[in-house]
Design a protein around this ligand. Sequence first.
Ligand code: AMP
Length: 282
Amino acid sequence: MQIIQSIEEMKQASKTFSRKQKQIGFVPTMGYFHDGHLELIRQAHKQNDITVVSVFVNPLQFGPDEDFESYPRDEQRDIKLASENGADIIFIPEATDMYPKKTIVSMDMLERTDVLCGRSRPGHFSGVVTVLTKLFHIVQPQKVYFGMKDAQQAAVVEALIEDLNFPISFVGVPTVREASGLAKSSRNVRLTEQEKSEAPSLYKALQMGKKMALDGQTNPVIIKKEVRRFIAEHTTGDIDYTELLSYPELRPITPADRTWILAVAVQFSKARLIDNLIFDID
Ligand code: AMP
């Protein structure tokens, strides 16, 4: 596996692959790998000639009071794990190279971002689509891999690719979970032992809400209330939101919507966890 830090070098490598008609699969990440990231890398490896993984903690997508500085990092471990799971290139650019000067262009999402995490993280998805646009131009992939754990991000990326005509196929990878049901996340390391034992209740609450919907409950208010009640009863975390929306539009559900997302965010003492289930109604 090759380690590339320079944007120019990454561009040249991609150009060479494209000349040789090699298909590039790309997995953008912020590092500190767990099995969720590794599943994305393994899938990219299976479905492409070349797998590029980027590790970049993007300052643009963190708010002033968020955890940019303290975001967990372990580059050497990431390099080893990426290589063992089929990456051909790990691209680790410096923030000063990605953003050498004050950015002049700002990208804005008009839909899909004023709900869920976007509501409490103004500017977050602008930062996400900006960095992804840059990375897509640098890496020139044919396929990109994103985890459905970050379902709102997936909906935003699908819109980015479609609206801006990127010649890229989007691949959404199902959420990888611990045996307990807890969705794997780089932020799980910040849970206390007590919180770690409570956190699987998020998934249980979602499963209960999904069952209510599949059993015929069509009133989102009732489903959300039950999900909240379950989380409040089983955890010490503060519920940021429980939402039931259409997917991928992320709008209030109408009778015509057949694919729903039930999503939660819960703030624990040092970690904010998110989880969701996406399912078809019929
Ligand atoms: P991050 O490093 O947190 O930006 O995540 C990089 C990619 O890994 C994103 O596409 C995430 O959605 C994905 N990812 C994170 N956690 C999981 C998980 N538990 N299962 C599947 N994909 C995940």
